[in-house]
Design a binder for this molecule. Structure first.
Ligand SMILES: [Zn+2]
Length: 376
């Protein structure tokens, strides 16, 4: 048995776990999103709690001790708030707590369906299931999140952070409100995951997503750029100068055909790498860490841009810190057919090698996922 640093999973959409192995043959990110929306439409606080508790249990078994939950499924199916407007967020916090995983609930502002079709037109209104995501405007979002933050102030296993879903989903004039609402909390934002987002942002604003967020004051040392896949040299310099975090989610980025982000250029510019399981198609931080280096090799034809030590740092201490937590106790990795003879576990082990009681987690996952799809 060997001890290694506990993992931080800095970008999760926990309910996407129910899509694993079910959405095949979808031909693009956008058709995948349609399937995800069908699932989002049926979740309520009880279903979400069961699914999240089982999925966070899977994360715990994978050695994850902090999760950044990028949470935007706020309201009832028609967009009507629940009696407790934070019922869905509370379900996630309770689920993480039961699973023994610290949670940074990154309460996500999501107000619009996309950019207006010209530079002078307003953002498109949310439609269908997206109504569940929206608080109407950024001030109403901030008021709701303030209430949640007050309830959980001083708890050492919960951080309430903020998130901008994307430049598509928060209109330009409301970005500063979200960026400055919680000046001491983590701020996360999906940025430049898909070329289409960049094209639309340029057409609507004349700026790249990173530049538009820079105009709003979003880039600080407490900010995480999630994905950061399709960046210009100026974008990379902006994130580096701000000492922002860049959260790569390589298994999801491969699954969704996003592309390979400029991890080395970001590091050399001064940005700090963290890792996330995002869509939870895979929950294995060994796989995420290795894939950063493997994708870099495939893209560059050169080996060794990332050392094991740098990747342990990204998967551990840097990640926990980005979510507002200390690194915590190490985890134990057992010997297996995979790890036998390996000097460096980062290149060899999988989540299955983390020591833990697997108990009935598989059964609970299957039951929770069946319950979700039976409602669709
Ligand atoms: Zn995401």
């Amino acid at each position: 048995m060997t001890t290694v640093p506990a993992f931080a999973n800095c970008h999760s959409h926990v309910f996407h776990r129910a899509l694993r192995g079910r959405v095949t043959g979808a031909d693009s990110f956008w058709t995948w999103r349609d399937q995800m929306y069908a699932l989002a439409a049926v979740l309520d606080p009880d279903l979400l709690f069961d699914l999240a508790r089982a999925t966070y249990a899977e994360m715990h078994l994978a050695g994850i001790r902090s999760v950044g939950e990028f949470h935007y499924l706020h309201h009832g199916p028609d967009g009507q708030p629940y009696d407790d407007p934070n019922a869905m967020g509370e379900a996630l916090i309770a689920a993480a707590r039961e699973a023994g995983v610290r949670i940074a609930l990154l309460d996500t502002c999501y107000l619009a369906a996309g950019f207006g079709l010209s530079t002078s037109s307003r953002s498109r209104e949310v439609e269908g299931v997206q109504r569940r995501f929206s608080d109407g405007d950024a001030d109403s979002w901030a008021t709701r999140v303030e209430d949640l933050a007050r309830k959980h102030a001083g708890e050492d296993d919960v951080v309430i952070g903020a998130a901008i879903h994307s430049v598509r989903a928060v209109p330009r004039d409301q970005l500063p409100t979200v960026a400055f609402a919680f000046p001491f909390a983590p701020l996360h934002v999906h940025v430049s995951e898909q070329p289409a987002e960049n094209d639309e942002c340029l057409a609507a604003t004349g700026l790249t997503p990173v530049a538009l967020l820079g105009e709003a004051g979003a880039w600080t040392p407490r900010t995480t750029a999630v994905h950061a896949t399709h960046l210009t040299p100026d974008d990379i310099a902006t994130l580096g100068d701000a000492r922002a975090y860049a959260c790569f989610c390589p298994t999801t980025e491969a699954e969704l055909a996003d592309g390979i982000g400029p991890s080395v250029a970001l590091r050399e510019a001064g940005a700090r790498l963290t890792l996330g399981s995002d869509s939870n198609t895979v929950i294995d931080m060994f796989a995420e860490a290795r894939a950063v280096e493997m994708h870099q090799r495939l893209a560059s034809g050169v080996r060794g841009a990332w050392t094991a030590e740098q990747l342990w740092q990204a998967a551990g201490a840097t990640g926990h810190g980005s979510l507002g937590f200390a690194a915590g106790d190490p985890i134990e990795v057992g010997e297996s057919v995979r790890t036998a003879g390996a000097d460096e576990l980062l290149w060899a082990a999988s989540a299955e090698d983390v020591v833990g009681d697997r108990g009935d987690v598989a059964h609970r996952l299957a039951a929770a996922i069946d319950a979700c799809w039976s409602r669709t």
